[in-house]
Design a protein around this ligand. Structure first.
Ligand SMILES: Nc1ncnc2c1ncn2[C@@H]1O[C@H](COP(=O)(O)OP(=O)(O)OP(=O)(O)O)[C@@H](O)[C@H]1O
Length: 496
C-alpha cells in the first residue's frame, strides 16, 4: 500500500512562490535571506513559529532552493545534545560550502521548542552559542514560542505562520486532484478543506486517503471517511458550542482522545468567547447557566479523583457537554478562534519559573553558605535589589554565576532588555579575570559598614572560579577563628 504521506511529500513546494496562504511571513523570510546575501543581517537566525502542517518546514526548504543554499537539517529524531548541535550546526555555521553556488548553507533546526528533553540537554545554550558565532543563516522551527528560552528568542527574528484559510486550501487541493487524475464531485474538495482546520498537510493526507482505489470521489465517500477519523478537539468543542443536540455533542466526545478532565478545560477556556455576541454583555445568562453545569461536572471529576471510581466520568461528561449545549439561548455565529487551555500553559510556566527560582536560590545559598530554603526566603530578594544598582549588578552576576534567564527572572522582568543583556555581557568579561572581579569587590567593601569579627575579611575572598560555570562561584579557603561546634561563619553580602 502507498504511504499516506506520499502526496504531501510529492507536492511539497519547491519554491517560496508555491507556498500557499502566507504572503506576509514569506515576504519577511525572503527579506531576511536577502539581508544575508547583502552581508550580515540584523538577526542571524529566524524562528518560524506556527501550528503543525502549515508549511514552516516547506518554507525553509523552498528558501534554500530559491537562494541556492545548501541545506543542513537537524531534526528532533537526531540526538540533539549540546555536543551534537555544536558539532553539526557549529561547524556547518563556520565553513563555507563547495557544493552550493552561493557558498552559503542554511541550517534548519526542527522542533526548536522541544530542546529540553533528555537528549536535548544543554541544547538551547549550544544553539545560542552557534547563533552568536555563525557566518551562515539559521532557521529554527517551532509550534510554540513558550518552549523557547527568552535568551534564544532574543537572538532571532520571529516569523509567525498562522493556520491556512480554507479558501486558500481549496484551489491547491483541486490542483493536486487534477494532477492525480481524480475526479471530485460537488463539495468534495470544500468539505475536505473545511475538515482540515487550517492544516494543509491533513487536507492533502485526507484527500489521498479517500482517493485510494478510486478515480472519482463523491461527497458520500467523504462522510464515511470522516467517521473513521478521530474528531479533533476543536471540532468537538465547536459542536458543543454551536449545536442544539445534546446526544450528538456527547457522541462526538466519545471519539476524542481527551479525558473529561482535559475536555472541561477546553470548554472552560473557550465558553466566554463563544457565548457572547456583538453588542452583548460580557457575562451573558448563557455563560452563567453553562458554568453552573460545568461546576457540577467538576464536582464529579473531583469525586472520581478521590474515589478512583471512573464510572462517574459519564456524569461529568454529560453535565459539561449537555449542560453547555442546553444553556445557550441562541446560536451565535461568527468565527471564534479556539484557544488551548491557558491553565496548562500557566502551569508549565509556573513549573519552569519555580525550577529557575530554586536554581537561583541554590547559587545564592552556595555563596552565603546557607540552605537553599533560607536563601530562597531571605537572601535572594536582597541580591535582586543589588541587581538594580548599576554599580554592583555586573559583579553580582559574575560572582553568583547567573545565566541570562536567571538574571531576567531576578530582575523581575519577562523580557530580556538591552540593559540586562549589557549587564550579562559585562559580567562574562569579568568572570574569567579574577583581578577585575576583585576590583568590584573592593569597591563594594568600601561601602560596607564595620564588620563583625566573625565575618569574613576581604583578604580571604578568593579569586573567582572561572571553570565553575553556573555552579560554584568562589573557590579557595575561607579562614576564620571558628571554634568547634560553632556555626560556620555566614558569608554576607559584603563578602563578595
Ligand atoms: N503553506 C503550504 N503551501 C504548500 N504546501 C504546504 C503548505 N503547508 C503545508 N504544505 C504541505 O504539507 C506538507 C507538510 O508541511 P510542512 O512540513 O512544511 O509543515 P510544518 O508547518 O513544518 O509542520 P510541522 O510543524 O508538523 O513540522 C508539505 O509537504 C506540503 O505538501
Amino acid at each position: 500500500m502507498t504511504v499516506s504521506m506520499e502526496w504531501a511529500e510529492k507536492y511539497r513546494p519547491k519554491t517560496l512562490a508555491d507556498v500557499i496562504g502566507h504572503k506576509k511571513p514569506i515576504e519577511q523570510l525572503r527579506d531576511w535571506a536577502e539581508g544575508w546575501v547583502r552581508g550580515a543581517p540584523e538577526f542571524k537566525a529566524v524562528i518560524l513559529q506556527g501550528p503543525a502542517g502549515v508549511g514552516k518546514t516547506s518554507s525553509a526548504h523552498a528558501l534554500a532552493l530559491d537562494f541556492e543554499w545548501e541545506l543542513i537539517e537537524l531534526n528532533a529524531s537526531d540526538q540533539r545534545t549540546a555536543n551534537v548541535i555544536e558539532k553539526v550546526a557549529g561547524s556547518a555555521s563556520q565553513m563555507r560550502t563547495l557544493t552550493s553556488l552561493s557558498g552559503k548553507r542554511l541550517i534548519v533546526l526542527d522542533e526548536a521548542d522541544n530542546l529540553h528533553g533528555n537528549s536535548d540537554r544543554g541544547g538551547s545554550r549550544a544553539i545560542i552559542n552557534v547563533i552568536k558565532e555563525t557566518s551562515q543563516p539559521i532557521v529554527l522551527i517551532a509550534n510554540d514560542l513558550y518552549g523557547i528560552s527568552p535568551s534564544l528568542r532574543a537572538l532571532c527574528l520571529e516569523i509567525k505562520f498562522s493556520s491556512i484559510q480554507t479558501r486558500s486550501i481549496i484551489p491547491a487541493l483541486k490542483e493536486i486532484a487534477r494532477k492525480e487524475d481524480v475526479m471530485c464531485g460537488i463539495g468534495v474538495i470544500e468539505k475536505i478543506a473545511e475538515n482540515a482546520g487550517g492544516d494543509f498537510r491533513s487536507a492533502v493526507n485526507d484527500l489521498q486517503a479517500v482517493a485510494v482505489g478510486r478515480t472519482e470521489i463523491n461527497i458520500e465517500d467523504i462522510s464515511t471517511a470522516e467517521r473513521d477519523n478521530k474528531e479533533s478537539v476543536f471540532k468537538v468543542v465547536g459542536k458543543i458550542f454551536k449545536g442544539r443536540n445534546v446526544r450528538s455533542a456527547l457522541e462526538a466526545t466519545y471519539s476524542l482522545d481527551e479525558t473529561p478532565e482535559d475536555l472541561i478545560h477546553w470548554i472552560d477556556e473557550n465558553l466566554p468567547y463563544q457565548y457572547t455576541g456583538k453588542g452583548e454583555e460580557k457575562i451573558t445568562t448563557d455563560i452563567v447557566d453553562a458554568y453552573a453545569y460545568i461546576s457540577r461536572a467538576d464536582r464529579f471529576l473531583g469525586r472520581v479523583r478521590r474515589r478512583q471510581n471512573y464510572r462517574m466520568w459519564r456524569y461529568a461528561g454529560l453535565l459539561m457537554t449537555g449542560g453547555t449545549v442546553v444553556s445557550k439561548s441562541k446560536i451565535r455565529g461568527g468565527f471564534v478562534k479556539y484557544q488551548s487551555p491557558s491553565l496548562w500553559r500557566r502551569m508549565g510556566q509556573i513549573r519552569s519559573k519555580r525550577n529557575m527560582r530554586d536554581n537561583i536560590a541554590a547559587k545564592v545559598g552556595a555563596h552565603c553558605n546557607e540552605s537553599m530554603k533560607y536563601s530562597r526566603m531571605e537572601l535572594t530578594s536582597i541580591y535582586s535589589t543589588l541587581l538594580d544598582d548599576g554599580e554592583y549588578a555586573v559583579g553580582v552576576v559574575a560572582t553568583l554565576g547567573l545565566n541570562i534567564d536567571e538574571l531576567v527572572q531576578m530582575k523581575g522582568g519577562k523580557k530580556l532588555t538591552k540593559k540586562i543583556q549589557e549587564t550579562y555581557d559585562a559580567a562574562q568579561q569579568l568572570r574569567p579575570e579574577a583581578p577585575s572581579g576583585i576590583d568590584f569587590l573592593s569597591k563594594f567593601q568600601e561601602k560596607a559598614p564595620q564588620k563583625r569579627p566573625d565575618q569574613l575579611s576581604l583578604d580571604s575572598i578568593p579569586a573567582l572560579d572561572t571553570q565553575a560555570g553556573d555552579k560554584t562561584m568562589v573557590s579557595g579557603k575561607v579562614t576564620s577563628d571558628k571554634k568547634p561546634g560553632q556555626r560556620k561563619p555566614q558569608k554576607t553580602l559584603f563578602d563578595f
